[in-house]
Design a binder for this molecule. Structure first.
Ligand code: GLY
Length: 348
């Protein structure tokens, strides 16, 4: 295969959907890192904006840049914004589309494993604001999410691991058969063909949950397993990052968050110890221990108390599990319990 060619099915699915729109009403926003492959699926008549995309770019300025681009090309409410990139890009692009002229259609083409599994489907869009991740945003589903695992062939190992972290979460909250298949997957090989059926199962599991509860009023909160601790770890690692200590990738933070939340699941809900032991092995083998720069317990608990998932101010709210595939939402934990779980995580 030519290194700049990606799966034919993606190209043809994209053309089929795009044919429903006036071609001069189609805009593409694309992560410049995937522009080589990305341009091979973009029609010459479409308007393309390539831009750098990192967590720091998940800001109002970037959204303004996309709004300006849409205005500059005279896009009306009948237009389409195609977002090609990882989860940061699809979150920002989706938010720009959801708010432009009160909403224009958008379509996601996720290029990272994390975006394929989680960010690009389900309609959560947004930006970071006030030092908090995803604190401004809205629910607005894309017209379609086109997943092509061929993108993964050029994905760095840490991005594979980050996406796989969300797959592990999906296994733990949905069904033990998927969890055990994920444990058997040989991450060392990073074989995208072998991963395809597992991606399909994770995407289907998320779809079932989101269809039942699109606005996260109840059931969808199961997808937040690992994220109460994970978001705090990720946030602190961003605040304390420097050249020698880059921020934690989202899926790594979720794996560490799941260890803390599995510990609480064992202690508070009598969840069997096996999933905690199994995930600990996966963590030590592939992800390594959490960086020490994210281990400030007081700051982590303070961040968890501000989490947007909390129903009451300063009350920490988690999803825990009673067993694999048996999640329990709205579990309130005390600051002391949060400290205990962090002690456990940092003792490994
Ligand atoms: N990332 C979790 C969700 O989409 O609900």
């Amino acid at each position: 295969m030519h290194p700049n060619m990606i799966c034919e099915e993606l190209h043809s699915a994209l053309r089929t959907i795009a044919a429903k729109y006036a071609q001069d009403q189609i805009c593409v926003v694309m992560d410049e890192e995937v522009a080589g492959k990305g341009k091979s699926i973009v029609e010459s008549r479409w308007n393309v904006l390539c831009m750098p995309v990192s967590e720091e770019d998940k800001s109002l300025e970037t959204v303004q840049r996309i709004w300006d681009f849409l205005f500059a090309h005279g896009i009306t409410r009948r237009g389409l914004l195609i977002c090609i990139g990882g989860g940061v890009l699809t979150d920002i692009g989706g938010f720009a589309a959801a708010t432009y002229k009160r909403g224009v259609d958008y379509l996601n083409v996720p290029t990272t494993l994390l975006a394929m599994i989680d960010a690009s489907s389900g309609g959560k869009t947004g930006i970071n604001y006030g030092g908090l991740k995803n604190s401004i945003g809205c629910f607005d589903p894309p017209v379609e999410t086109l997943i092509c695992p061929d993108w993964l062939k050029s994905l760095p190992a840490n991005q594979w691991l980050s996406g796989f972290g969300e797959m592990l979460k999906t296994g733990l909250v949905s069904e033990s058969a998927l969890w055990y298949q994920l444990l058997q997957y040989d991450l060392e090989k990073m074989d995208s063909e072998a991963l395809k059926p597992l991606i399909a199962q994770c995407v289907a599991a998320k779809k079932r949950i989101v269809e039942a509860d699109p606005k996260e009023e109840g059931l969808r909160k199961v997808l937040n397993f690992g994220h109460t601790f994970g978001h705090a770890l990720e946030e602190i690692s961003i605040q304390k990052s420097d050249v020698s200590s880059p921020p934690l990738l989202h899926g790594y933070a979720v794996v560490y968050g799941m260890i803390a939340e599995l510990y609480l699941s064992v202690v508070k809900l009598r969840c069997p110890k096996e999933p905690l032991q199994q995930l600990t092995q996966v963590m030590l083998h592939y992800y390594g221990k959490p960086q020490c720069k994210c281990s400030d317990r007081e700051a982590l608990v303070a961040l968890m108390q501000q989490d947007k998932k909390n129903e009451r101010t300063a009350q920490i709210n988690c999803t825990l599990i009673q067993d694999i595939g048996l999640p329990l939402i709205n579990q309130v934990i005390t600051p002391e319990e949060a400290h205990e779980a962090l002690e456990y995580l940092f003792s490994l």
